[in-house]
Write a protein that binds this ligand. Structure first.
Ligand SMILES: Cc1cc2nc3c(=O)[nH]c(=O)nc-3n(C[C@H](O)[C@H](O)[C@H](O)COP(=O)(O)OP(=O)(O)OC[C@H]3O[C@@H](n4cnc5c(N)ncnc54)[C@H](O)[C@@H]3O)c2cc1C
Length: 474
């Protein structure tokens, strides 16, 4: 079974990357790297599979830098973006062999397919369809989904690794991957009936983007004060949903919406129920996307449900249990956001540090001044700690241990590290850090969301404090 995973991953990887690369308008510099790795295609030998972590050409920062620099004054007045980049990738001592392979595969996909599009997607506030189709082709949108329904059947850590690797290149794309895997797919796996799984997993794994619809204008941190209602038809065959959801990630691309609505407001949060709503059911309107500070390629839209009729069979799990499903899935989801923020910090550092050994002042590289060395060392240490923290929470969840406190800690801490790291990177680059010639400014904008969605930092602190009190107060 293990080898089957390896073979499938490798096959997918090469089929997908080859296809994506031929479809992509990657810079000429990208092509030789992909070609030069072609010699590693033997998928039958374990050694080949394990050894397949060729230092992937550090395509992303350099290529993006070259792309960004093209035509700008920067190309002639300042050193090139990143020179010969070596990734500052955090250690992966406790990764299983399969997880290492996933990391390598996704790292290459992110560098080759997402990397060249990062700046344009951010500027235009759009998600390139090539990126979305590439994610599906690589099996990255159904990581834990059962194999019998077209999923990859992998573990939770693998989903987190994918989110982290994608976030190193573009945290906006990482949100798409994160929500589809750690929220939607897992909700269907945990609480969906066999019929719902048979119907929706194949879609989720092969091409349907999905959205998690909880927040509303009046309910954010206080999520269960939501006002969206679902009314059962007289014959009990369908519900009609009425209400407006706000801040819905991926809504522009989504074909499936997991919607939380109250079937009996007199019961308070115990009336909250989760429905699987297809866009095609009618009565679903996706509003204009928000013009955001960061993760701009990820669409965030209001979604209105007006006279939206949903078959009663599309209730996920039990009526009235939606609040519990939301709490439980968001507890896990926070580890995914931890992976996103850890990846962001790592990616930002990787895209910045090489410049410090290109830029000379006072006759030496700026990266060799002790004042700079100590700051970089501090940031690299924090990035390592951030990765370790979210991975520890992921392992606890996989082992069936209580993990809610650790998940909250990982989201809180990784988002703080992401913000500190990105801020420092902007400073270390000096004047060019304040421009769009480098990606540090984008990571700096992107990191802010880590302290807001899936529970703000205050909410994480409250969760941690509540559990500490239970553990220690008499
Ligand atoms: C880009 C983006 C994408 C999003 N994607 C989704 C999505 O896909 N699906 C979805 O359902 N939602 C999504 N959200 C919504 C997000 O989860 C909420 O914005 C978040 O939970 C905060 O809610 P709020 O904006 O209403 O802030 P509020 O709850 O109004 O909070 C405002 C401030 O008050 C503080 N605060 C509130 N309550 C307390 C308290 N008890 N103790 C201490 N401080 C408190 C908060 O920490 C915050 O600083 C997204 C939001 C953004 C910005």
């Amino acid at each position: 079974m293990r080898m089957a995973y390896h073979q499938r991953l490798l096959a997918l990887r090469w089929r997908g990357i080859d296809r994506a690369l031929s479809a992509a308008s990657v810079t000429p510099a990208a092509t030789p790297a992909a070609t030069s790795n072609a010699g590693c295609r033997g998928i039958n030998s374990k050694a080949t599979a394990v050894g397949f972590a060729p230092p992937l050409r550090p395509a992303h920062p350099r290529r993006v830098g070259m792309q960004l620099g093209a035509g700008s004054a920067m190309t002639t007045t300042a050193p090139t973006c990143c020179g010969n980049v070596r990734r500052l990738t955090t250690s992966s001592r406790d990764f299983q062999e399969e997880e290492e392979m996933i990391r390598d595969t996704v790292s290459k996909f992110a560098a080759d397919v997402i990397g060249p599009r990062v700046r344009d997607m951010d500027t235009e506030s759009t998600m390139d369809p090539t990126v979305v189709s590439g994610l599906f082709e690589h099996g990255l949108m159904g990581i834990e989904a059962p194999e019998e329904f077209g999923g990859s059947g992998l573990n939770f850590m693998s989903a987190c690794i994918v989110v982290e690797e994608v976030a190193k290149v573009d945290p906006a794309v990482a949100v798409l991957v994160d929500i589809q895997n750690t929220l939607i797919s897992n909700m269907l796996r945990f609480w969906g009936s066999r019929e719902l799984q048979e119907k929706y997993f194949p879609k989720l794994c092969s091409g349907s983007v999905s959205s998690f619809c909880l927040s509303e204008v009046g309910s954010g941190s206080d999520a269960f004060s939501l006002a969206t209602k679902a009314t059962l038809s007289p014959d009990g065959s369908y519900y009609t949903i009425e209400g407006e959801k706000l801040w819905i990630s991926n809504a522009e691309q989504a074909e499936l919406f997991f919607v939380f609505a109250n079937v009996d407001p007199s019961k308070g949060y115990k009336g909250i129920t989760c429905f699987i709503v297809e866009k095609g059911f009618g009565g679903v309107t996706v509003g204009p996307k928000e013009d955001k500070l960061g993760i701009r390629a990820s669409s965030t839209c209001p979604v209105t449900f007006s006279g939206c009729e949903v078959p009663a069979t599309n209730v996920l799990g039990e009526v009235g249990q939606g609040y519990r499903y939301a709490i439980e899935i968001l507890n896990e989801g926070r580890i995914g956001i931890g992976a996103q923020m850890a990846g962001l910090a790592d990616g930002c550092l990787s895209a910045t540090v090489p410049y410090l050994f290109e830029r000379k002042q006072f006759g030496g590289f700026v990266g060799d001044f002790q004042g700079m060395q100590h700051q970089v060392a501090q940031a690299a240490t924090e990035v390592e700690a951030a990765s370790a923290l979210y991975r520890s929470a992921a392992r606890m969840k996989e082992a069936g241990q209580p993990f809610v406190k650790e998940a909250a800690m990982s989201k809180l801490y990784t988002s703080q590290v992401a913000e500190r790291t990105a801020s420092k990177c902007v400073e270390w680059l000096g004047g060019v850090g304040f421009t769009k010639a480098f990606l540090a400014e984008k990571f700096y904008r992107d990191c802010k969301i880590g302290a807001i969605y899936e529970g703000t930092s205050n909410i994480q602190l409250s969760t941690i404090a509540k559990i500490l009190r239970k553990d220690y107060a008499r």
